[in-house]
Ligand binder design. Sequence first.
Ligand SMILES: Cc1ncc(COP(=O)(O)O)c(C=O)c1O
Length: 401
Amino acid sequence: MNYDTLFSKVVSRSKASAIRELLKVIARPDIISFAGGLPAPELFPVKEVSAILQDVMRTHSKEALQYGTTEGQQVLKTELVKLLKETEHVSVTPEEILIVSASQQALDMSARMFVNEGDVIITANPTYLGALQAFQVAGADIIGVDSDEQGLLPEALEQQLLSLKKQGRLCKFIYVVPDFQNPTGTTIPEERRVQILDLAKKYNTFILEDSPYRQIRFEGKPPRTFLELDNNHGNVLTMFTFSKVFVPGFRLGFLVGPKEVIAKYVILKQAMDLCTSPFLQLVAAQYLHRGLLAQHITEIVTCYRAKRDLMLKTLHQYMPQGVTWTKPEGGLFLWLTLPKHMNATQLLSKAIENKVAFVAGVDFYPKLNVYNDMRLNFSYPDAAQLVEGVKRLAQTIKENL
Ligand SMILES: Cc1ncc(COP(=O)(O)O)c(C=O)c1O
C-alpha cells in the first residue's frame, strides 16, 4: 500500500518540531540539556495533587469520569473568573472562557478558526516554534516582524500592516508572547503593548495573546496584559495554560475572548475532541479553590530565579568575547547570540559530542535564515548541571570560534 498518494495537503505541510525531535536524541543521561522547555519535575506538587485526586474520586466520581461539556467544567470556570479578577484585574463571565487541552490546542484551533490557505498571520521574529508549526499546518503565510530586547517593534509592525493593506491583504491576527517570550525571554513593556493594540484596531485585526510564563516573574512590575488593556473591546483573545505554573501532564489551559467568538471555538472543539478531561478539570478547580496555585507559584519563582541567576553568572564567567545573551526578568529561557559568522545549527552536533544540548535559533523564525542564535532553558537542569553545562557550551563555542 502506498499512502503517499493518499495523504492530505495538511500532512504534506506538517513539519516535525525541531525541539521534539531533538528531545528524543538528547534523552541520554550523560547529556546536559538546555533544550526543552520543561518545568523542574522536583517541584511538581505530587502530595497535594494525590490528595485532591482521591477527594475528587470520593466526592465527584460520576462527574469526573463522565463526558463533560465542550465549554469546560463550570466549577473550573468559576475558579478562573476569580483568578483573572484577582491576578489580572480582568472581569470576564464564564461564557467568555473556553477550557482547552492546554494552549497548544488553542493555537491549533485559532489557526483553524481564522486561516484559509495563504492567509497572513503576523508574529514576532523570532517566536514560539509550536505556534509556527500550528499555523503552518493551516497553510498560513506567516510574516515575521522584527523585535528587539523589548519584543515586537511597533514601527516594523505598522510598516508590515500598511504594506499588506496596499496589497489588499488582511492580517488575520497578530500573535504575541508578551511575557518572558519563548524563545528570547523578553517582555513587551506596557507602552509598546498599547501601541501594538492600537495598530491592531487601526488595521482591523486582533491580538492573539499567548502568555504561559506571565506568573513566573522574578522581579519588576508586570505590564498589564493585552486582555486588560483592550478593556472588553473585542480586539484580543488571550490564552493561558497550567503547564508551566502547575503541571504540563494535565494538558489544561484556557482561552478568553468575546463570547460570540468563544461560541464558535466551542463548535470547532466539538469536532476535535468533544471535551477536555473533566476529571483533570475538577482536580485543577480544587487546586485553585484551596489556594494552592499561588503558593506553588511562589515556590517555582524562587527556584527558577536562583537558576536564572546561576546561569547568568556562569555565562558571564565562561563565555568568550563576542557572545551575548538576554537577561530575562522571568520565565524559563534566555537567548544567546553568537558572533555573526557562527552557525548554531552546525554547533549543535559538536555540542552534543561535548554532552550539552540547546535549541538552535533558526527554527524560531518563520522565514528568516538567522543562524547565530540559540535558546537556553534554565528551569530543568539542577544547579550542578547548569554550571557544568554552561562550561561545556562555552568550551564548544571556543573550539569553533
Ligand atoms: C509560548 C508558548 N505557547 C504555548 C505553549 C504550549 O504549551 P501547553 O500546550 O503545554 O500549554 C508553549 C510551550 O512551551 C509556549 O512556550
